[in-house]
Each structure stands twice: as structure tokens, then as C-alpha cells.
Design a protein around this ligand. Structure first.
Ligand code: ADP
Length: 592
């Protein structure tokens, strides 16, 4: 079972890798540079507002209150209110712009990743479980959202504020600046420790969240098995345990933060006290004005929060970089099935020549030296024990994978040299159970050819004899199939799947016959639909039913990855080999 969002070694990148990943992300953010620039201008404006406030207060105190000049005081108050209002508006705008850029970036990334995944070959999906891919598209993109929306903004705002505050403070009084910054070494040491501890705590939380999610997922997916054996209590007990460890890791991570945030706050108060004390003394000596001391206190009050934010940001950057890195790994995987430039002929023989195959995810060859020529219009049944390699032969014939040895050609053209468009038009695979998407019956048939007209859809359904059945529904072929086609019976779902193939009208049909049997009524309809679909086409069937095998022109027996026998039913019975044994076993099992 996959662990969604679980921590792997690559959850922590080294500095160089982090830098590279971020650089690449910045490159990808180029289309949004205007919005980001606008956001940064507003960040600068609101920061200036924060700094200007204390300066106006200083002016109000020194030139207004101290001089008993009410006009100056009034002006200072008005200026202060205006500045605060402008700073508020700028802060609002900065959030709007940065969110626009952030969401736009994430949307583009999501679409790009999805599109890339859609174009991958089956080999890719052998390597990546669907849960992992979903976690890339959700958890990893989510973890980036924090960085692109808040992180970036906070970082720039904090750097502006800290930098400009220091300059301003120095220009007001260097003695007070030194006094206020006495606590800096302590803050730097504490921040470093916090970064280390909180990063470890964060990774721990993520790991436990992953475990918890996978427990939850298994618990829901496997609920029937659990109930069948009355193991609900045991399952809940396991879930309680995994929740407890998640709880503990959260508590630990919060303890790490509270320790640090508490310290920074205390140090902030301490340095304010220091500024007031030393400031008072300096005022007594006539070195600074009261207004300057008050401005200092106000500046200090807003200086410590950005320091905290910067420390936290370190984690955000790290986890986002790790997430981005994982996404980039996917984006960098070129689809291994790429189209060539040759158009396949309308009709031709399909030739499998000396084909060997090993699945990308394993090292053991599952097919060795298989050679079969299927003549145009011929019906070939693939038979053999489970796991022999029949479906693999079928998948190779439709180029869902490329053979590791030998070639498969249609009309003398290696499938690897054919355009993907002409290949998918000539050769269509009908899987054991076709996936149904949310939408209507018509939508589901149209999956095979998005530009098909309604008439063409009806023709395809009619060609396999399924139109009347669906027309009898209240909404006809516009009936919603609901999730995975739950509104339809198993047989009707297969009819939809066959109608897709009929819509493409291919020269070669590769069928993986369903092993599970349908109710007798529907079975007849599905069989008739299949018969109609096969007329006039080259058909390769991974066959499980005697009737299908008997209707085939030739039979290929696959055993342990080898082509054991090839010939007509009569020829193979004559040889007296594996097929003959199979056929007689079947004959005996049939009711006499
Ligand atoms: P059959 O259709 O004859 O039952 P398959 O062609 O499905 O057999 O499988 C042949 C062998 O290849 C089996 O040992 C099976 O475990 C293995 N196999 C099938 N699909 C995959 C896959 N996607 N990745 C790795 N091994 C696979």
C-alpha cells in the first residue's frame, strides 16, 4: 500500500539541489513577473508605511507636544492616520497580487503535470503507483502553495522591514541601535537551533501524516474484508495507535515552536526595556529627544515578528523545494512511447517477429522469441495458463509497450516508426473492463474520438447492437453512468467499452476477454456485440471461453513466455500437445 505524502529520503535536499530547484521554479514563474513585480511594489509601500509611522510620532512628540505647538501636533496626527490608511491599502493590494500570481503558478504547474502524466506510457504507471501520483498533484503542490503565496511575500516584506528599520534606527541614534541590538547574538543562535529542531519535527509530522493517511485509506478500501471477519475493533485499535503517534509528533513540533517564539518575544520586550532605560539616560544627557526614544520603541515592536517569520520560512522553503524536486522528476520523465513519422496502411498483416519482453519494473523476461504472423482479417486466439504472457503479447501488439527484443510491424512498418495517430486508429485494445468516466453514456463512448458527432456515436452503438438497449433508458444515451458506471450493469459497461472500439473502426482489434462471467441474459448480448465488432477485422483475443476459441481461425498457445503451439483447432488437436489436453479437459467439463 502506498503511503500518501510519506517521507522519503528525498524529502530533504542539500543546499545546492535546493538552490537549483528554486532557480528552475523562478524560471517557471516568468509569465507572472508583472503581477509579482506589482505585488513587490505594494510590499515596499506598506513597509515604508510601517517605518514612516514611528517617524511621524517622533515629529509629533518633539515638535508638537514638547513645543506645545498644537498645529504641528494636529498635522502629525493627520499625517499618521493618512500613512496608516495608505499602508493598509497597500497591504491589501499586495495580498491580492501575490495570490493571483501564486494561484496562477500553481494552476499552470498542475495542468502541466497532469498533461505530462497523461502522455506517459504504461511502463511509467508500472513505476509510479497512482497514489504516489495523486499525492504529487495534491500534497506536494499544496506544500508549494504555502511558499508561493505567503512565503515569498513574507520573505520580501521581512527583509525590507528589517533592513530599512536598521538603517532608520542608525540614522536616529547609533547608541540606541547598539543597545537594542545587544540581544541579536542570542536571537541568531536560537534561530539556528529552531530551524534545525523544527525541520526535524516537521519531517516527523509529515511521516506520521503519511502513515495515518495510508491506515485510513486501507481501512476504508478494505472495510468489506474487515467486516467479513468482524475485525472492526482491531482496525480501530490500529488507527487509534497511529493517531496517537501523529498527535505526539504534532505536540512535539508545537513545543519546538512555542519555545522559540516565546524566547523571541521575551527578547523583544527585554530590548524594548533596554531601549527605554538607555534612552531615558541619553535623553537626560541631552543626546536624544523623547520622540526618538518613542520612535525606537515603536520600531523595535515591529522588528521581531519578521525575524520569527524568516526562521519559519526556512522550513517552508525546504519542504517546498523537496516537493518541487519530486514534481520535476516527473516532468523530466520523457514518455517512452513516442510516435514515428510513417502512416500505417489501412489494412495489412500484423507480424510479431522474434519478440522478447521484460517489464520495466522487473528483471525477469516474460516473453522470449515469440514469432506470429496474423493475416489481415484473421481471428487469432491466445490461450495458455494464467501468467503465461498472453496479455503481454496483446499489449505489445497495440504498442502499449515496446518489445525489448525483436519487432512488431503492420504492413512492413515497425510500430515504433508509425505516427501515434495512425497507430491508435488502426489498432484498438479493448481491456477486460473498460473504465467509465463520470458523465453520460454518449460522453463515455466519445472518449475514443472526441470529435465524433452524435450520429456517429449512435452508429457505433448500433453497429454492435447496443443502441436499442440504451435508447430504452429514460434519458437514452444521455443517461448519466454515475461513478465508474455504477448506474449500468456489468454487461452494459462492456457494451460501452465495445462501442468505443466501434467508433474508431480499427483494422486490428485486440481483446482481453473478461474472465468473470456475466448473467446469462447480458452475456448473450455482449457476445453478439463482440461478434459484430469482429466482423471484417483482424482480431487477437486473449481467450478464456471455449466458444471464442472455437470461433478463431488459429490458436496460439503461450506457455511460460514462449509460443508453444500455433495452428487451427484441428491441427493442434492432431498434434496431441498442450492444446489437445486443454480441449479435452474442456470437453469433459461441459455438461453432457
Ligand atoms: P496472462 O495474460 O497470460 O495471464 P500476463 O501477460 O498478464 O499473463 O503476465 C505475464 C507475466 O508478466 C506474469 O508473470 C505477470 O506477473 C507479469 N506482469 C504482468 N504485468 C506486469 C506489469 N505491469 N509489471 C510487471 N510484471 C507484469
Amino acid at each position: 500500500m502506498f503511503r500518501m505524502g510519506a517521507v522519503t529520503d528525498d524529502d530533504k535536499l542539500d543546499k545546492e539541489a535546493t538552490r537549483q530547484v528554486l532557480r528552475r521554479a523562478i524560471g517557471m514563474a516568468k509569465p507572472f513577473r508583472r503581477t509579482i513585480f506589482a505585488a513587490l511594489c505594494f510590499v515596499l509601500m506598506s513597509t515604508l508605511g510601517l517605518l514612516l509611522g514611528p517617524v511621524i510620532v517622533r515629529y509629533g512628540i518633539d515638535s508638537g507636544i514638547d513645543m506645545k505647538d498644537t498645529t504641528t501636533l494636529r498635522n502629525a496626527v493627520i499625517a499618521y492616520i493618512v500613512v496608516v490608511a495608505l499602508a493598509y491599502l497597500a497591504a491589501r493590494q499586495q495580498y491580492i497580487f501575490i495570490n493571483r500570481a501564486g494561484e496562477g503558478f500553481l494552476r499552470a504547474l498542475r495542468v502541466r503535470t497532469f498533461d505530462h502524466i497523461q502522455r506517459q506510457s504504461l511502463g511509467f504507471f508500472d513505476r509510479y503507483q497512482s497514489g504516489v501520483l495523486i499525492s504529487r498533484m495534491t500534497a506536494d503542490i499544496e506544500s508549494m502553495a504555502e511558499l508561493v503565496q505567503w512565503g515569498l511575500l513574507q520573505f520580501v516584506a521581512a527583509v525590507f522591514l528589517i533592513g530599512l528599520s536598521l538603517i532608520l534606527m542608525l540614522s536616529l541614534s547609533w547608541q540606541l541601535t547598539i543597545a537594542a541590538l545587544l540581544v541579536m547574538p542570542v536571537i541568531i543562535i536560537a534561530s539556528r537551533k529552531f530551524q534545525r529542531d523544527s525541520n526535524a519535527a516537521y519531517l516527523e509530522v509529515r511521516e506520521r501524516v503519511g502513515q495515518n493517511l495510508s491506515e485510513l485509506q486501507e481501512g476504508i478500501a478494505g472495510v468489506r474484508v474487515v467486516q467479513a471477519y468482524a475485525q472492526e475493533k482491531e482496525q480501530t485499535r490500529q488507527f487509534v495507535a497511529s493517531n496517537r503517534s501523529l498527535y505526539q509528533s504534532h505536540v512535539h513540533s508545537i513545543r519546538v515552536s512555542t519555545w522559540y517564539f516565546g524566547l523571541v518575544e521575551a527578547l523583544g520586550i527585554f530590548s524594548t526595556g533596554l531601549a527605554i532605560g538607555i534612552g531615558g539616560w541619553l535623553v537626560g544627557r541631552g543626546d536624544v529627544t523623547v520622540g526618538t526614544v518613542v520612535a525606537f520603541v515603536l520600531l523595535l515592536a515591529q522588528l521581531f515578528e519578521p525575524v520569527q517569520q524568516l526562521s519559519q520560512l526556512y522550513n517552508t522553503v525546504q519542504s517546498s523545494a523537496a516537493s518541487l524536486d519530486k514534481l520535476f522528476t516527473i516532468l523530466d520523465t520523457e514518455p517512452d512511447i513516442q510516435g514515428g513519422s510513417e502512416e500505417l496502411p489501412e489494412r495489412a498483416d500484423l507480424i510479431v517477429d522474434g519478440v522478447g519482453f521484460t517489464y520495466p519494473s522487473t528483471d525477469t523476461p516474460v516473453l522470449r522469441d515469440v514469432t506470429i504472423s496474423v493475416a489481415d482479417g484473421e481471428r487469432l486466439a491466445l490461450v495458455g495458463p494464467t501468467g503465461a504472457g498472453k496479455s503481454t503479447v496483446a499489449k505489445l501488439m497495440a504498442r502499449l509497450y515496446d518489445p525489448t527484443e525483436g519487432t512488431i510491424s503492420f504492413g512492413g512498418i515497425d510500430l515504433r516508426d508509425a505516427t501515434l495517430g495512425s497507430l491508435r486508429e488502426r489498432v484498438v485494445v479493448v481491456p477486460q473492463e473498460g473504465f467509465l468516466f463520470g458523465g453520460s453514456i454518449a460522453d463515455n463512448v466519445r472518449i475514443a474520438r472526441a470529435d465524433a458527432t452524435d450520429d456517429e456515436l449512435r452508429e457505433a452503438l448500433d453497429a454492435i447492437g447496443a443502441l436499442d438497449r440504451f435508447d430504452a433508458f429514460e434519458d437514452g444515451i444521455d443517461t448519466e453512468v454515475r461513478e465508474r458506471g455504477s448506474r449500468l450493469s456489468a454487461g452494459e459497461r462492456q457494451l460501452v467499452s465495445l462501442a468505443r472500439a466501434a467508433l474508431v473502426d480499427p483494422a486490428v482489434l485486440v481483446l482481453d476477454e473478461a474472465t468473470s462471467s456475466l448473467d446469462p441474459g447480458t452475456e448473450v448480448i455482449v457476445e453478439q456485440a463482440l461478434d459484430r465488432l469482429m466482423i471484417g477485422r483482424t482480431t487477437i483475443v486473449v481467450a478464456h471461453r471455449l466458444s471464442t476459441i472455437q470461433h478463431a481461425d488459429r490458436i496460439a498457445v503461450i506457455d511460460a513466455g514462449l509460443l508453444a503451439e500455433l495452428g487451427t483447432h484441428d491441427e493442434l488437436v492432431e498434434i496431441g500437445g498442450r492444446y489437445a489436453a486443454l480441449a479435452s479437459a474442456w470437453a469433459q467439463s461441459l455438461p453432457s
